[in-house]
Design a protein around this ligand. Sequence first.
Ligand SMILES: Cc1cc2nc3c(=O)[nH]c(=O)nc-3n(C[C@H](O)[C@H](O)[C@H](O)COP(=O)(O)OP(=O)(O)OC[C@H]3O[C@@H](n4cnc5c(N)ncnc54)[C@H](O)[C@@H]3O)c2cc1C
Length: 407
Amino acid sequence: MTDLGSRGGADRIRAAAGEVAQASRAGVRSTDEAASFPAAALQAMRDTGLLGLMVPEEYGGLGGGIDDLIETNITLARVDLSVAMILAMHCQQAAALVRYAGPRLRAELLPEIAAGRRYLASVTTEAGKGGRLLTSDAALTERAGRLALDRNAPIVTGGLHADGFLITMQAPGAVHSGQVSLVYAHREQLELAEYGTWQPLGMRASHSVGLRLRGELPADQVVGEHGGFHTVAVTLFAPLAHLGWSACWLGTAAGALSRTLRELRVRDRAAGGGILGSDLLLVRLATARRLLDSVHALLAHTSRIVQATEDLSAPSAQLLINALKVTAAEDCYRAVDILVEAVGMRDGYLKDSPTGLEQALRDLRSASLNYHNDRILLADGKLVFLDPEVSFPGLRGTPSAKAGARA
Ligand SMILES: Cc1cc2nc3c(=O)[nH]c(=O)nc-3n(C[C@H](O)[C@H](O)[C@H](O)COP(=O)(O)OP(=O)(O)OC[C@H]3O[C@@H](n4cnc5c(N)ncnc54)[C@H](O)[C@@H]3O)c2cc1C
C-alpha cells in the first residue's frame, strides 16, 4: 500500500485532532448516557478539516497517511472511543474513494469531503449473512445505465448523520453471493428508513442504527471494478480498518491507564502515602502497561509493513494484519479489565469515577465483535497452510512471502 505514506502537514493534523478531542471531552458523558451521536465532535471534524485527513492536498485535504491516521485515532480515543471510531471508519471510506473511485466521482467528492461537507458511513454488515465481509445477499440491478439498490443494514455507525455511504452489494447479474461490488451513494440519492433500537452495552455514542437503504445511482458510482470488492477489501479496506481500529482501542486503554495513574497519586497524597506501596497494585499496573506497549509495537510494525508492501494479498501480510486486530481487541480490553481489578470498586466500577474505567471497559468489549475475532481466526486457520515455511514480512533472513493467496 505504498501510496498511503504521509504527504500532508502533520502539525495541521495534530492541531485539528486536538480541537476535535476538546469538543469530544465536553460531551463524552452525556452522549454515552443517552446513546446519542456526538454531533458537536462531528461538527468539529467538519470545521477543522479533519474529515479530509486522508484526502490528498491537491483536492484541498490534509494529505495525511496511515501514521497520521493512527496518531489521530489514538488522540481522539483517549477521550471517546465512539468519536475515534467514527473518524477511523470515515477515513477508511475516504481512502477507498481516493484510490478506487472513477475520475468523475473523485473530482466531485474529494473536495467535498475535504471541505467537511461529506461525512461517510460504511455499510457491509447485512441481516442474514452477519459480518461476513466478502459476500452480499442484496443484488444491484442495472437499468438504462443506472444502478438500483435496496439493502438492509442492521448496524450503520453514524447512519442518520452521514452525508454519503459506501455500500457492498452483489454485482448486477452475479451468479453467487461472493461477486460483490462496492458502490457510493449520496444521502440525497437514497431513501432511508431506520429500524430497530440502539441500546448497546458500550460504543453508545457511535449511534450505529439499523437502516434500510433504497435508491438509484449513476453507473459510475461503482468504486473499483464491478464484482471487485474483494480486491478493495484485501488491499485497502481490511488493512486500514485493522490499523485504524487497533489505534482507537489502544488510545482508549492508554487514556484509561493515564487517568488511573493520576487518580492513584491523588488518593495516595490524600491518604498520606501507602497506597502506591502495594506490590499487587504495582504488578497489575505494570502488566497493563506491558500489554499496551506490546499492542503499540505490533501496531507500529504492521503500519510499517503495510506502507512498504506492494502486494498485501501475500498470506504472511494478511496474517500480520489480522494478528494486529485480534491482539489489539483482546489485549486493550484485558489491560482495562486488569486496571479495574487493580483499583477496585470505587474507581474501577462506578460510573462517576474520574478514571472512566467503567465506560472504557464497556466500550472496549465491542472490539472482538467489531468484525468478529472468530471470523478472522477462521480465515487465519486457512492462511497458515498457505505459508508453510512460516515467513515474517519485513524480517531479513526468513523465507519471503508467497503472493496471490486470499483470506
Ligand atoms: C460498535 C460497532 C459498530 C459497527 N459499525 C458498523 C458499521 O458502521 N457498518 C457495518 O456494516 N457494520 C458495523 N458493525 C458490525 C461489525 O462490523 C460486525 O459485522 C458485527 O459486529 C459482527 O456481528 P456478530 O458478533 O453477530 O458476528 P457475526 O460475524 O455475524 O457472527 C455471528 C456469530 O457467528 C460466529 N461466526 C464467526 N465466524 C463464523 C463463520 N465463518 N461462520 C459462521 N459463524 C461464524 C461468531 O462467533 C458470532 O458469534 C459494527 C459493530 C460494532 C460492534
